[in-house]
Write a protein that binds this ligand. Structure first.
Ligand SMILES: Nc1nc2c(c(=O)[nH]1)N[C@H]1C(S)=C(S)[C@@H](COP(=O)(O)OP(=O)(O)OC[C@H]3O[C@@H](n4cnc5c(=O)[nH]c(N)nc54)[C@H](O)[C@@H]3O)O[C@H]1N2
Ligand SMILES: Nc1nc2c(c(=O)[nH]1)N[C@H]1C(S)=C(S)[C@@H](COP(=O)(O)OP(=O)(O)OC[C@H]3O[C@@H](n4cnc5c(=O)[nH]c(N)nc54)[C@H](O)[C@@H]3O)O[C@H]1N2
Ligand code: SF4
Ligand SMILES: [Mo]
Length: 717
């Protein structure tokens, strides 16, 4: 697994008396789903620390050299001195260094003891959309073969699961954006619903600007006037949790005013009659009241969308992270199906993936119900295919496990006794995080494989130092469904190991080594290709060699002479009959409505400068200096009612917990809603408040709406 071979070229510069060696390496940003390519310049002067300078890589066909503020500092989490560089074991005084050999022996012994005492199912695994496809694949295989447990899930459950389930129901396949970004400038109208591109995928803003230069119009649906609203011709400032109601209103207008594409609906869809009957009962007045968006705006938005020759709908977590997330997604898909705006350049529905490998992370087997290639673990044919590639009898493969939050509930109930967490910080990122903290402390074995100590490793018995984006070669599948290769460019620090190596060596100690014999990540990938061949996410034709040549390969790509598939649905959807499904979506309110005791709705999300559970970006002094703590964004009207001042502190309380936050007055948010970023832990962890009600289908929690009470925090500075 040693792939530190990505040195593009070396220059030696004579600089007065000192020699400065400069090397330039290509890498990719570890953060979001755009996966911007970057050139990392390393300047090394004798006896001085190496200096890293990052610049965009103009050869990147998606970003053309653009990077956001996080990308420009992306080396910091890889080189920071605070990285864990030795395996650590928890002893009386906290985490202490231990030799790798001893760590493996002890962990393996503990796992065997747990499994002998409580059964194989007493072990669990928790993964991440930050992992390469290779690591995702290995982790899924590790859980099923080395631990022989059904219990594996990952942080993508909190991220893409509603969009994934909605797309599978409607189209028979889930590829976040089923078309390339290149298509964006060809749209006449785009609805951006619950997506804050300007802060979350800043380097793709260019496509939308181009679309506007071409005369296109953008409708933003968001309870806040975000930076993305700088693109908006129309902003529907919906009440959090009422997107489905809003879309019902738009669908009714589209149908009543003749914007339906009858030919498309008849030839390419199923379920229109049910939708039509359902819309007859929708009252536009009621929609107006529920959403707090005016009827004029709803009509105007529907007409703009319906009248366009080409139009797109893009959603992200704002509409998806609800206990009704799947239904919300289905309704947004109804918009493109009813009007036939899908399957051609400039039209379609897409969900914007979030994590670096948000797409690949959900395709290759770390989801509870899934095997590589988007195969299903409960489907006999799918099991047989993967078992064959792995060289096991299909009956040896466990069945399906449970979703992320339910995994922690199982731990809390004492049903799972040992857990391996790879590249995630669930104590900060899970809803109702008190439960997670409590549950993890009940474990007989918690192993974290990470770059840093984090809030989750506070309960770890072992913390094993893994590999960062700069040290590990592997592929990622970015937001368009394009597979990209990222080469290692620096050595691992101290005694850290490749994440994949750790899994393989641990498997060896568990007596499962025969299934984990690889000499490189490329070899893992080649096995992944075989495991996905003939599946939905078919990578069989994608090779390191083709990626290295710069080929733009979007899955499915079933053979080495196949060009890949940038745009799906041109002639057919992926259900057996080739047709897409309408969904009948009854609007639902947030599971917790505002009431006397909890009169405000809290919604949560991101700020530009920080990333997810914050571990990496909190390491960057630049980013931390810009935004050192979470802020309670609140409208001045609400603040004056409560008695809050800008820069003062407020106590924010839900039925599950309370925290104290600094107040930021903003006229850009609805006065019944407050917004807080989720990038901080402990006393600043907003997930201590959020609602763990889960979507009945995809098990997504309700991160984006819970009822809170807000009071001035006395005596806090
Ligand atoms: N800077 C930065 N960029 C990131 C990340 C990061 O942490 N920081 N994380 C990456 C990841 S993992 C992900 S998943 C993506 C997420 O990307 P986004 O989904 O774009 O980000 P969020 O801030 O979670 O939510 C988007 C918007 O939803 C709005 N919203 C809240 N409630 C509702 C609602 O009920 N209805 C509607 N219509 N809108 C609502 C919020 O006001 C917010 O502006 O970003 C990726 N990029
Ligand atoms: N309230 C609220 N909660 C949310 C959300 C929200 O919008 N609101 N969004 C949800 C979403 S969309 C997401 S994706 C999750 C994310 O939630 P998490 O999974 O907790 O987030 P990350 O911050 O990405 O976790 C990264 C951890 O992995 C480590 N790491 C990163 N890369 C690697 C690697 O290559 N190898 C190893 N070994 N370790 C690595 C980092 O050091 C860090 O400790 O949060 C969810 N939680
Ligand atoms: S955070 Fe996303 S947009 Fe910013 S540089 Fe990294 S990959 Fe690109
Ligand atoms: Mo995410």
């Amino acid at each position: 697994m040693n792939g530190q071979d990505m040195v593009n070229h070396f220059q030696h510069l004579k600089h007065e008396k000192h020699e400065i060696k400069t090397s330039v390496h290509e890498s990719r940003c570890p953060y979001c789903s755009v996966q911007c390519t970057m050139n990392v310049h390393i300047e090394k002067e004798q006896h001085h620390q190496a200096k890293y300078i990052i610049e965009g890589n103009k050869a990147d066909p998606v970003t053309e050299g653009r990077l956001c503020v996080k990308g420009l500092t992306a080396h910091q989490p890889a080189i920071d001195e605070r990285r864990v560089k030795k395996p650590l074991v928890r002893l009386e005084n906290g985490l202490e260094p231990i030799e790798w050999g001893h760590a493996y022996t002890e962990i393996a012994a503990k796992i065997k003891m747990i499994q002998q005492k409580y059964g194989d199912d007493a072990m669990g695994c928790y993964g991440s959309g930050a992992l390469t496809n290779e690591k995702t694949y290995l982790f899924g295989k590790f859980a099923r073969l080395a631990l022989h447990t059904p219990f594996i899930d990952y942080n993508g459950r909190y991220c893409m699961s509603a969009a994934a389930a909605g797309s599978i129901q409607a189209f028979g396949v889930d590829r976040g954006m089923p078309f390339p970004l290149e298509d964006v400038p060809f749209a006449d109208v785009i609805i951006l619903a619950g997506t804050n591109l300007a802060e979350c995928q800043p380097t793709i803003m260019q496509y939308f600007r181009k679309m506007k230069q071409n005369g296109g119009k953008i409708i933003v649906i968001d309870p806040r006037e975000t930076a993305t609203c700088s693109l908006a011709d129309m902003h529907l400032q919906v009440r959090p949790g009422y997107d489905a109601a809003l879309v019902n209103g738009m669908l009714k207008v589209l149908l009543n005013e003749g914007y339906m594409n009858r030919e498309f609906v008849e030839q390419r869809t199923i379920g229109f009659e049910e939708l039509k009957q359902h819309l007859e009962h929708v009252s536009l007045r009621e929609v107006e009241q529920l959403t707090n968006v005016s009827l004029e705006q709803i009509r105007a938005a529907a007409r703009l969308f319906g009248g366009a020759s080409n139009a797109m709908v893009l959603t992200a977590r704002g509409v998806e992270q609800h206990a009704s997330g799947v239904q919300n997604v289905r309704n947004f898909i109804n918009l493109v199906l009813l009007t036939g705006k899908i399957g051609r350049q400039g039209s379609g529905y897409g969900a914007i993936t979030g994590q670096a490998n948000g797409q690949g992370g959900r395709e290759h087997g770390q989801k509870a119900d899934q095997l590589p290639g988007y195969r299903l673990i409960e489907n006999p044919e799918h099991r047989a295919h993967v078992a064959n590639v792995w060289g096991v009898d299909p009956t040896y493969l466990p069945g399906k496990g449970v979703s992320a939050y339910e995994l922690f509930e199982k731990i809390d109930r004492g049903e799972i006794k040992g857990l391996i967490v790879l590249a995630s910080n669930p104590v900060v990122s899970s809803p109702n995080s008190h439960l997670i903290e409590r549950a993890l402390r009940k474990l007989e074995l918690l192993v974290c494989i990470d770059l840093y100590e984090n809030e989750t490793s506070e309960a770890a018995h072992y913390l094993l130092p893994g590999s960062s984006h700069m040290e590990d070669t592997g592929t990622m599948t970015q937001l368009e469904g394009r597979v990209v290769l990222r080469r290692a460019m620096k050595k691992l620090p101290g005694k850290a190991k490749m994440d994949g190596t750790i899994l393989c060596e641990l498997a060896e100690h568990l007596g499962a080594g025969k299934w984990f014999q690889y000499t490189s990540n490329e070899e893992v990938f080649n096995e992944l290709r075989r495991a996905t061949a003939g599946g939905i996410a078919d990578y069989a034709g994608i090779s390191y060699e083709r990626l290295e040549k710069g080929e733009a390969l979007f899955w499915p790509c079933p053979s080495e002479d196949h060009p890949g598939t940038p745009r799906l649905f041109e002639t057919s959807f992926w259900h057996a009959d080739g047709k897409a499904r309408f969904g009948v979506v009854e609007h639902q309110s947030p599971k917790e409505n505002r009431e006397m005791r909890y009169p405000y709705l809290l919604t949560t999300g991101r700020v530009l400068q920080h990333y997810n559970a914050g571990v990496l970006t909190r390491m960057s002094s630049e980013l931390n200096a810009r935004v050192p703590e979470p802020l309670l964004e609140i409208h001045p009207d609400a603040a004056s009612e409560i008695g809050l001042l800008n820069g003062g502190y407020a106590n924010v309380q839900s039925r599950r917990g309370s925290i104290v936050l600094k107040v930021k007055l903003s006229k850009k948010i609805r006065s019944d809603t407050v917004f807080v970023g989720f990038h901080w832990g402990s006393e600043k962890c907003i997930n201590r408040l959020t609602n763990p009600m889960l979507d009945p289908t995809c098990r997504m929690p309700e991160f984006k709406a819970c009822a809170v009470r807000i009071t001035p925090a006395k005596g806090v500075r």
